[in-house]
Design a protein around this ligand. Structure first.
Ligand code: ATP
Length: 235
């Protein structure tokens, strides 16, 4: 697997109208890490992930994914899978049928073993054969994760995948991410909850008002900064 999964170098995003959502942000994600991008609402996490996916362009700086510079409009690398909340499943089709439609639309060759492994990691069980309209919020969310995992991308990018979930569903989501990471692949997940990052991630980048305020191994960051490092919510 050539290249570092993700290198972010001096990234800045100023939106028209004056908000600088991300400012001089630099960090990297090494193979096999589960990196949590942690920060309160408005810290700039979504803006960072949207730049990574090539959906919006940075004002300054650059992003490299497996050595390839990300540019808006360029095709998203097949080595990256991303999760988009509520990604418009067809309710009258089964979960499995929805995923097959999605995969066919990517134009990439069908790989039955990969497909089956992604479904297993997502932990949907027999429910994949039920119609999506019967799914709970947690099931839909896991189906969306399964969709991001199809093809078993080497870098999986998830923007607040536990949003709107209850504690048991959050627990299941954590297990899904850990099973994925256990295959040796790399995960980047954003969250505004320290506890979630502590339980799920190996590494963390803490953002506040668009800037990096701490980064490193989760255990080290907690030990070094204690609670104070994470007391980044607005007063
Ligand atoms: P959340 O968890 O609420 O999504 P976040 O950490 O993902 O928070 P962003 O959504 O990246 O933060 O937002 C960072 C800042 O940029 C906020 O002040 C937000 O209001 C602003 N912002 C986001 N999108 C736009 C936009 N399209 N135009 C102008 N400002 C924006």
């Amino acid at each position: 697997l050539a290249g570092t999964p993700l290198v972010i170098d001096n990234l800045t995003k100023a939106y028209p109208g004056g908000v600088t959502a991300v400012k001089n942000l630099s960090f990297r994600v090494e193979p096999g890490q589960v990196l949590g991008l942690l920060g309160p609402n408005g810290a700039g996490k979504t803006t960072t992930l949207r730049m990574m996916m090539g959906l919006i362009s940075p004002t300054e700086g650059e992003i490299r994914v497996f050595g390839h510079r990300i540019r808006p409009g360029a095709p998203v690398l097949s080595r990256v899978g991303s999760f988009v909340e509520g990604s418009g499943f067809l309710p009258h089709l089964s979960g499995e049928q929805n995923l097959r439609l999605f995969w066919d639309a990517t134009g990439r060759p069908a790989d039955k073993a990969h497909f089956t492994e992604a479904l297993e990691i997502a932990g949907l069980g027999d429910a994949v054969r039920r119609k999506v309209r019967t799914y709970s919020q947690g099931m839909r969310q896991r189906l969306a994760i399964a969709q991001a995992m199809l093809g078993l991308p080497e870098l999986l990018v998830l923007d607040e995948p536990t949003n709107g979930l209850d504690p048991p569903q959050i627990h299941q989501m954590r297990e899904v991410l850990q099973r994925y990471a256990a295959t040796g692949r790399t995960v980047l997940v954003s969250s505004h909850l320290l506890a979630e990052v502590e339980q799920t991630c190996s590494h963390v980048v803490v953002m506040h008002r668009g800037q990096l305020v701490a980064s490193g191994e989760v255990g080290e960051i907690v030990a070094a900064g204690g609670e104070a490092t994470f007391r980044v919510d607005e007063p």
